[in-house]
Design a protein around this ligand. Sequence first.
Ligand SMILES: NC(=O)C1=CN([C@@H]2O[C@H](COP(=O)(O)OP(=O)(O)OC[C@H]3O[C@@H](n4cnc5c(N)ncnc54)[C@H](O)[C@@H]3O)[C@@H](O)[C@H]2O)[C@@H](O)CC1
Ligand SMILES: Nc1ncnc2c1ncn2[C@@H]1O[C@H](COP(=O)(O)OP(=O)(O)O)[C@@H](O)[C@H]1O
Ligand SMILES: [K+]
Length: 478
Amino acid sequence: MEQVRAAEAAAMARLPEGTLMQRAAHGLAAVCGRLLGRVYGSRVLVLAGSGDNGGDALYAGALLARRGARVRALLLSPERVHAGGLAALRAAGGRVTDDQREFAAADLVLDGIVGIGGRGGLRPEAAGFAGMARRGTVVAVDVPSGVVAGTGEVAGAALRADVTVCFGTYKPGLLVDPGASYAGVVHLVEIGIELPEAAVTALQEADVRRLLPVPDVESDKYRRGVVGIAAGSAKYPGAAVLSVAGALRGGAGLIRYVGSAAAEVVRRFPEVVVSDAGLAAAGRVQSWVVGPGGGDGVGEVLDQALGAGVPVLVDADGLTELARRGPVAGASLVLTPHTGEAARLLAGATGQAPPDAAGLAASRLATARRLAELYGATVLLKGSTTVVADPDGRCRVNPTGTPWLATAGSGDVLAGLLGSLLAAGLAPFDAASVAAYLHGLAGRHAAERGTPITAMDVATAVNHQGLGELRRPPRDGS
Ligand SMILES: NC(=O)C1=CN([C@@H]2O[C@H](COP(=O)(O)OP(=O)(O)OC[C@H]3O[C@@H](n4cnc5c(N)ncnc54)[C@H](O)[C@@H]3O)[C@@H](O)[C@H]2O)[C@@H](O)CC1
Ligand SMILES: Nc1ncnc2c1ncn2[C@@H]1O[C@H](COP(=O)(O)OP(=O)(O)O)[C@@H](O)[C@H]1O
Ligand SMILES: [K+]
């Protein structure tokens, strides 16, 4: 958020005073007008805190009042309210109220309590609104109050918005849970600020299209990439089948499977080359996937993979084993923990007791970054919002996915898919973020009818036609 402030300061220095706030307020009022349909005669409540966020809300309230809305403003700190915003609202016919019942009666509530200047949990006078019954639409100004704009963390209560109108740039807190679940539909209003490359980004369809490997005339199966899958055990043979299913859809030219589920794997996928000897006997690969359903023998498998000189993806039982050892040097590593595994990994690296997994889910960006730094690895932290952190500090939030993906074995499919992209030569950070993107889209496609899906449905859906389009260059060649 420091970058946003610096960019705003630079723009403000160029522009007449108040220009950015006026742009923000006009964009905000326009969205509110569309949501209301008929502005004239509608009831609007502005919740105004003491900073510029309250200023935006009051100016937008004034614009709606000029169009005939009955606008009331509830001031959370009347002595420190944005004076210009309040004067504009009054001049337009709006009034100040202290009647909290306006909240339930309003057709539209503008949440201008705090924006990017919010610190700590909402103060008690504001927190009460978080749980209050409402009839109308709640529109958050820039960010739902109570959500930390830079991280998506929520310290205590936050206002639940139907729509968030953010200014200049999407704040990470609108894209990462738990914050994202408070934001509703997010609209961006351009206010003319120029930002440096953001610390947290999200892949767009065009990025995925650019990154996904497509075979050309010179390709052969080895050049397309060979992925090695060391997964499954007597107890969990299914994990082997599912990670191979994911890998087959990732675009590698050949899959070598090593482990005790070789018979199950070839029965289902005759195209896979299998062996039940060690990794060294498997032949050359360009990446190893270690751990899904790995069972007790996973330690030795991990040792062999780490010594193979190719990128290694460690998942599931492999992560538990890695946590026992703590950070290892030498290999290019991708770790794919859910929050429970992340807790173990943190404990393994710090020697402290494992932190509470729910707490890690509430601070997803910080958790992924910390693990990436501690293990010198690319970390894909799974869950309601998947985030990918690189040891070089970059971070991506995955924009696709659906809660239907929370089904046994879907993580195995993701591991195979990601391993396949590594073998095809994508850098670990790109491979992880593209895999999460495709996995999330496949999950959405499989769950299109709103019925439960299986992990194998997800793997199959990666080949769905819509996703296949991502591998085709656009017709204009751009
Ligand atoms: N700086 C700019 O040029 C622009 C800023 N804009 C708006 O300005 C906002 C940032 O404004 P500010 O820097 O004034 O900060 P905010 O208005 O976001 O918050 C600061 C105020 O809120 C109070 N506050 C902090 N934490 C609180 C909490 N937990 N509970 C209750 N009150 C709390 C503080 O005492 C302070 O008065 C942006 O989010 C955006 O809405 C827009 O107008 C666009 C242009
Ligand atoms: N609430 C949720 N919303 C969206 N995706 C989820 C949610 N919970 C889990 N997922 C996704 O489902 C997959 C589950 O993987 P994982 O936890 O490894 O399960 P398993 O080990 O059974 O395969 C991950 O891709 C994860 O991001
Ligand atoms: K707000």
